[in-house]
Write a protein that binds this ligand. Structure first.
Ligand code: RNT
Ligand code: ZN
Length: 411
């Protein structure tokens, strides 16, 4: 037995089974860290309640560059990976400039399927893109008072459900389709119910008829966004009730709540009612800042809730952050590795023993145990996991070399 194995065994924890379990938990990695959420379908810049900040060199400007960066970034990421795509990353080819988002089809995503298969990924998840588009009227999409604006976005939503069904079939694994809209108001609204009723109607239309075998629809709430500080149509209460009543999934983005509300606490609340809960793991700093995910306390708590509730198949883990102020590939890898670290950390805790102490009311011994396990040689297990995945901690050197060979040429 190695030293670290002995240290964990003293607490009844088997490091081998933790490492094995980690290899099997898929994490869906967002394509949009590579290009500051801009996409390929002509928007050119971001609008609608989200913002990337920073101007680091080397942003991927087209499919070829984004593929090259994903290849590089994913090669440095351990574990089971899915790719999370937005509709705005359609490969339109000769349809460019001729069709809009209400007419995208699976065809426009086949090159992504081929790429994901080449990388040996577990599947693709999908998102309609309800932002960065001229058909957002007064910042509204599915909740717009204009029938024609709403119809355009409803059609987009429907197309995305169809595309997702094909994506699911292509990998033999269901595809998560996450609906997030930026709709809201900067200042005091005159009507809070109207927009929500219109959103409800639009969602009903999008979800009227979809492939239940291959598509998992989810709705993502938000407390506020840049430029929509006073009111968000798709609030937490709205979507949680919508999801519950319509048998779909809630997606919790941990940057989308008041700073003292914790997604780690919301996961078990939802697991009491839902078969599945989807996540956008990010790191909020004051507002929904989408900072790179780091190995921090709340991330550990989130991972604990997934692991100790035996919910690694029920909680669909996706990442959602975008930092343009540092090397984007480093940002990508660091966030994904932090998620993996947190899951491993949680897999290495003596949950049964801790639960027993809680149930027995021995909170003194519980505090003792919770504090003692914090200084176990976690880093040694992590390194061993990386080694078995053919990796090591030397991400920065690889990234620096890619930067000077590839990214510096992008001017
Ligand atoms: C925005 C939401 C949403 C987006 C992505 C690009 O606040 O978090 O999930 O970040 O869809
Ligand atoms: Zn999100």
């Amino acid at each position: 037995m190695k030293e670290y194995q002995k240290a964990y065994a003293a607490f009844g924890v088997d490091t081998e089974s933790a490492i094995e379990a980690l290899k099997d938990i898929p994490v869906s990695i967002h394509c949009w860290q590579g290009d500051d959420v801009i996409g390929f379908d002509g928007a050119g810049s971001l609008s609608g309640g989200i913002q990337t900040t920073g101007n680091y060199m080397g942003r991927a400007r087209n499919f070829e560059e984004l593929k090259a960066d994903i290849r590089e970034a994913f090669s440095l990421m351990p574990g089971k990976k899915r790719l999370n795509l937005h509709a705005s990353y359609a490969i339109l080819g000769e349809d460019a400039g001729k069709i809009d988002r209400d007419r995208y089809t699976f065809k426009h995503f086949i090159p992504w399927v081929e790429f994901a298969k080449e990388l040996g990924l577990d599947g693709i998840d999908f998102n309609p893109t309800f932002f960065a588009h001229p058909n957002m009227k007064d910042g509204l999409t599915l909740s717009s008072p204009s029938k024609s604006v709403r119809s355009f976005w409803v059609e987009h939503g429907k197309r995305c459900m169809e595309i997702a069904a094909e994506l699911g079939k292509a990998f033999g694994k269901p595809c998560l389709v996450n609906i997030w809209i930026p709709d809201g108001f900067k200042d005091v609204p005159a009507d809070r119910l109207g927009p929500r009723m219109r959103l409800k109607g639009s969602l009903d239309e999008i979800l009227k008829d979809y492939d239940r075998e291959w598509v998992i629809p989810a709705v993502e709430s938000k407390v506020f966004g840049i430029g929509v500080e006073s009111y968000t149509v798709g609030s937490n209460e709205f979507y949680q009730n919508y999801a519950a009543k319509n048998g779909i999934c809630c997606l919790l983005d941990n940057g989308h709540y008041h700073p003292l509300e914790y997604v780690s606490d919301k996961i078990p609340a939802l697991l009491a009612f839902y078969d599945r809960v989807a996540l956008h793991v990010t790191r909020g700093v004051r507002w929904d800042s989408d900072h790179v995910v780091l190995f921090e306390d709340e991330l550990k708590e989130i991972a604990k809730e997934i692991v100790r509730n035996d919910a690694t198949k029920k909680v669909l883990i996706g990442l959602d952050y975008f930092d343009a102020s540092i090397n984007r590939i480093f940002a990508w890898v660091t966030g994904q590795r932090s998620m993996q670290k947190a899951l491993l950390y949680a897999l290495l805790l003596p949950h049964d023993a801790m639960r027993k102490l809680q149930d027995e009311g021995d909170f003194t011994a519980l505090m003792d145990l919770q504090e003692r396990v914090k200084t176990l040689p976690f880093g040694d297990v992590w390194e061993e996991y990386l080694r078995r995945e053919g990796l090591n901690e030397d991400v920065l050197a690889r990234v620096r070399s890619y930067e000077s060979k590839v990214l510096k040429e992008r001017v």
